[in-house]
Design a protein around this ligand. Structure first.
Ligand code: NAD
Length: 343
């Protein structure tokens, strides 16, 4: 019998608790041996204790080193700093793995099987920003600083290249903007090419592309790519684009991997426009839970979960509204659990 695995559970904001409930129902049906320590963060943390990332939540992840997380709200403009970014920094979650696979055939893009690996701690995304006052206008100029380090680039590139080999990817594409941001993203490109020549030559094909051209080619012919590895901000944007190729944000999971912890989540946010209506698609978080099962060396359970999701969507045709269906979250979850139980 598998021993119990302690894990932190953060239901999150907006649709978070709704999709987390659905995911827990599926994991319970699978008898996945996680023992959950439920904690708060984001807007929930602010409301409960005035802190978007309470110490108890950090302490819990420090102990379990494993978390399943619903989306966390971050105000645009002013307000508090993103709890997601802070969690990534705190636990040095340097690699963000975002797979995109067609699950529902017959859409605009069939047979997509792409992996994006996004650097998760550096670049322009770190949010080191300030205003400059000129002639009494305190916001006359907005400035941002991006930082990439050779060591930071190298560790995510190494992780990506090793993952490419472990998962049988044939081609890895480095995505950059080194024609304009020659220093910031040039360093990423140069480090990737050097690392490949040093340790990985012949194990897979390596090429590179400028991010704007990559966006266009992803829409025209996504099948030419296999794995994309890129810096933080480009990875953020391209992973939403790629989610759009496979049915939208409701279908896109993500894993934040570090040396000391791993946090699994959906790519999407808290979806305030549909929160509380019971209509959210829980598939992205369910697929993130499948990644968590793989990560904790339970690939049979991960496969059972992915198979049940496929069957619910494609054989039972039970789909939420974002996928053109009529099921609400509860009806989808019920059908999924019935599939997991062999129904
Ligand atoms: P969003 O991803 O929450 O929503 C974008 C659109 O996709 C909305 O129309 C929403 O209804 C739809 N959508 C998203 N997930 C869905 C699902 N599971 N089922 C059905 N439809 C779904 O993006 P946003 O509105 O820009 O952001 C809302 C909040 O989420 C912001 O505060 C943002 O900072 C935060 N956010 C958090 C994370 C995270 O926690 N990892 C990621 C992205 C955004």
């Amino acid at each position: 019998m598998t021993t119990s695995i302690p894990a932190t559970l953060i239901p999150g904001d907006g649709i978070g608790p709704e999709i987390v409930d659905a995911t827990l129902a599926a994991l319970d049906a699978l008898k996945a041996p996680f023992t959950w320590d439920t904690q708060i963060a984001g807007l929930g943390g602010v409301k409960a204790s005035g802190d978007p990332l309470p110490k108890a939540t950090l302490d819990s992840i420090r102990t379990t080193r494993l978390a399943l997380k619903g989306p966390l709200e971050t105000p645009s403009g002013g307000g508090y700093r993103s709890s997601n970014v802070r969690l990534r920094e705190e636990f040095q979650l340097y690699a963000n793995l975002r797979p995109a696979r067609t699950i529902i055939p017959g859409g605009r893009f069939d047979n997509i099987d792409l992996m994006i690996v996004r650097e998760n701690l550096e670049g322009l995304y770190i949010g080191h920003e300030h205003y400059v006052r000129i002639d009494g206008d305190p916001h006359a100029v907005g400035m941002a600083t991006g930082i990439n380090t050779r060591q930071g680039c190298r560790r995510v590139l190494e992780y990506a290249f090793d993952t490419a080999i472990a998962t049988g990817r044939k081609k890895v594409t480095l995505v950059h903007k080194a024609n304009i941001m020659k220093v910031l993203t040039g360093l990423f490109l140069e480090t990737g090419e050097q690392l490949y020549a040093e340790k990985y030559k012949g194990k897979f094909e390596l090429d590179s592309i400028i991010v704007d051209a990559c966006a266009m080619k992803l829409v025209l012919n996504p099948w030419q790519f296999d794995m994309l590895v890129t810096t933080n901000l480009f990875g953020d944007i391209l992973s939403d684009l790629v989610a759009g190729l496979v049915g939208g944000l409701g279908m896109a999971p993500g894993a934040n991997i570090g040396t000391d912890a791993a946090i699994f989540e959906a790519v999407h946010g808290s979806a305030p426009d549909i929160a509380g209506k019971g209509i959210a698609n829980p598939t992205a978080l369910l697929l993130a839970a499948a990644m968590m099962l793989d990560h904790t060396k339970m690939p049979e359970l991960a496969t059972r979960l992915r198979t049940a999701i496929d069957q619910t969507l494609n054989i039972d045709n039970v789909r939420t509204g974002d996928l053109g269906g009529t099921a609400n979250t509860a009806a989808f979850t019920k059908a999924l659990v019935s599939r997991i139980n062999g129904g």
